[in-house]
Design a protein around this ligand. Structure first.
Ligand SMILES: [Zn+2]
Ligand SMILES: [Zn+2]
Length: 350
């Protein structure tokens, strides 16, 4: 079903290829940038991390396919994260390609570009204190704020898209049927792209799905909060994610082409596994919440891929937002509640 064109390129048939673009210093290893042949030139689904070695692999991969970055006609972005959208500006500069993204993630890009330096650190420090993080955890954020060394995070100046991916609509691609499916959860504007064409190897099912980070064969994507310093709306990203999973399961696709790991079939089976996994995890958390816990205390007690003491600083922040996402889901389901009068707020099972 898939053949190897070069060390970094896999041919999936029917005018679709995957290029392995490395993510420096990251256990995920690489982003699978997909190339979709159209009558107006190649269209990329995601671009990869903004790094010279990643750029070389992307351009080398396109060269191995007999084309080049300069020939790229358009860029379709599954979500704004730097391992997917990092190289988009450079691709646009070299090719004049358009960049398409869902409006909700385009808003994140715009907000991040326009934010005052330090806004994010202030927001994070305040938010972490509010969920019960100890002072020694928030101190480095305040120190970074005071030092003035603020513009070191990736994604602070990533490309503003020039087209919108409208949920449920076909993208304007010459000779191809590619439909945007809104799958919020991992980010507010994450999309999967449904290639509504017969599978090149006639596998049973309805076409193929470029699933970004939404549906991956061996890992679960991080589901945190949407983290908007200017918006106090209590969102429910985990609820959004679970709804989006069901929506993708109903498509009945023949094959999934995710942005990490490898292509796979039986999307429906994988969706059920993930739904079960999250249900088990929510039930497990209810056990912990027999005693009232702040989101921070819950994160410390939750099961991660290593003991809490060994989780690096930045990953602890991600873990806490994941704990909060689970708490919001439980509250929304009426299975947990905030304990009145607690500060920082503690939650208990109902
Ligand atoms: Zn992501
Ligand atoms: Zn990713």
């Amino acid at each position: 079903m898939a053949t190897t064109v070069g060390p970094q390129v896999t041919e999936h048939g029917g005018g679709v290829w995957g290029i392995r673009v490395p993510i420096p210093d990251n256990p995920l290893g690489h982003t699978l940038v997909h190339v979709l042949d159209t009558d107006r030139g190649p269209v990329l689904i995601d671009t990869g991390w903004d790094d010279p070695a990643s750029w070389d692999e992307l351009s080398g991969g396109l060269a191995a396919l007999g084309t080049s970055v300069a020939d790229v006609h358009g860029v379709v972005i599954t979500h704004h994260h730097p391992d997917h959208h990092g190289l988009s500006e450079r691709v646009r500069e070299e090719s004049g390609a358009w960049i398409a993204m869902h409006a909700a993630d385009a808003a994140v890009v715009r907000r991040t570009r326009e934010a005052e330096p330090g806004t994010w650190l202030d927001y994070l420090a305040h938010k972490l204190s509010a969920v019960g993080a100890p002072d020694e955890h928030t101190a480095p954020l305040r120190a970074a704020r005071a030092s003035g060394r603020l513009r070191t995070l990736p994604g602070l100046s990533s490309a503003l898209p020039d087209r919108e991916i409208v949920p449920g609509e076909l993208l304007d691609l010459a000779g191809r049927r590619l439909r945007g499916i809104w799958t919020p959860g991992h980010t507010p504007g994450h999309v999967c792209l449904h290639l509504e064409e017969e599978h090149p190897a006639q596998l049973p099912g309805h076409g193929r799905l470029f699933s970004g980070d939404h549906l991956l064969p061996g890992i679960t994507p991080h589901i945190g909060l949407y983290e908007d310093p200017d918006d106090a709306t209590v969102t429910d990203p985990l609820g959004d994610y679970l709804d989006s999973l069901e929506r993708i399961g109903r498509l009945g696709v023949a094959e999934v082409l995710p942005a990490h790991q490898h292509a796979f079939t039986d999307a429906g089976g994988r969706v059920r596994e993930l739904l079960d996994h999250h249900e088990e995890r929510l039930t497990g958390l209810l056990g912990l919440l027999a005693t009232p816990l702040t989101p921070w205390q819950l994160a410390v007690r939750m099961e991660w891929n290593r003991p809490w003491e060994q989780i690096p600083y930045g990953s602890r922040n991600i873990a806490v937002s994941e704990a909060e996402a689970h708490l919001r889901r439980l509250v929304k389901l009426g299975r947990a509640e905030a304990v009145p009068g607690t500060e920082p707020v503690a939650y208990r099972a109902v």
